[in-house]
Design a protein around this ligand. Sequence first.
Ligand code: PHE
Length: 464
Amino acid sequence: MPTKRTSIHGEWSSRLAFILAATGSAVGLGNIWRFPYIAGENGGGAFVLIYLVCVAVIGVPIMMTEIMLGRRGRRSPINTMLTLAGEEGRSPRWHYVGWAGVVAGFLILSFYSVIGGWTLAYIFRVGAGVFTGATAEGVTSVFDRFVSDPEGLLAWHTVFLTMTMIITARGVRSGLERAVRYLMPALFVLLVIMVGYAMNTAGFGQAFEFLFKPDLGKLKPQGVLAAMGQAFFSLSLGMGAIMVYGSYLQRHASIARTTITIAAADTGVAILAGLAIFPLVFASGLEPEAGSSLIFKTLPLAFGHMPGGRLFGTLFFVLLAFAAWTSAISVIEPMVAWLVENRGHSRVYAAVASGLGAWALGIGTVLSFNLWEDRTLLGQTFFGLLDYLTANILLPLGGLAVAVFGGWMLSRVASRDELGLQGRAYGTWRVLVRYVAPVLVVVVFLDSIGVLDTLLSWVGLPSL
Ligand code: PHE
């Protein structure tokens, strides 16, 4: 029996509006900034393959489950979990999954906003023609100088987060739908143009091989974990962002079709970004392992040399900043929705309060690139730790909990009804979410800490 619940925060105007908003959440810095650099650090091909497998067999079923739970609960993830657990006679402790998501979102926003600030700064650098005719050394030194100034980074971080708070305060609907409807396709077109440009550089063949020729022997357990983490991060899964958007979805929209559309768009953008960036890396002798600076070196180099590059480049960074905003607002939406529901705050207050917290924590990330560059813990800077902890640990754990709850705790009647699936389609979802996704997440975790090999050798099997 469908529930009659409605969300106090409003509803999307149509299924398309939800697709646009969820795609806006999924497509962001994760696809264009993070995917290429993590792929580069982990050797390319094999990483990309594992990432694609994770999107298909872990990401898609978990995204369906998050949307399903959100729409059934119709409240912030914390309250949705509480409501549904109550209805199904499960422990109210399940609502801690919602809390874990809020914490993860808060941590993510703190560094996401700093990188979002970089894209804003680059709009003006590219626009001013700083990179016209630049060399690889030139773009590198511009970047190094840029990040060595904590005050500059802090200022851009502040601008990015202020914009995020303003959009969030105005509510999920106003403006967002329209912005995503036109700007996302525009970003897509620009990326295709960039790939076209990259195809004519000397590095294209090498880049293609780097991205699509998997050498599984080269992939370390940490690389597999990174690929899974990237799938979660890029699809906005495991922390309630998609769940809270699902809570604003109309009752009759098909969750399965919607999910496939979003996942396909998200993955398409990531692959295009890889195809646009790696040819430039190889053609200009930059390092694929350059890390978080990768696109801020390669893209300006391309814009500095392609015809109309200044205009294109400016537009590109503008659109990237928009994509980042539409993701950032989804990162704090679970927190904002909870503050409104439980504390009776206005959206404005809720947005500002959560934004300020993330702003303060973001200072740690700002300093990771200059004053605290050499302060490391477990071989990582402050930023590196946050990025690793959220993408590789918190999001997969959150996703695991969502899968277990949706697959095992929720009754068959409830999930079948909410998903609107029957027969083989429903059966496939159920197998994926009950067995495949949780087992894979656990196996990848065990593998990454070296426990899997020990377990396998105990039972007399060869290691993976
Ligand atoms: N998916 C977003 C991106 O790729 C980031 C994000 C992560 C958004 C987690 C929401 C939740 O940029």
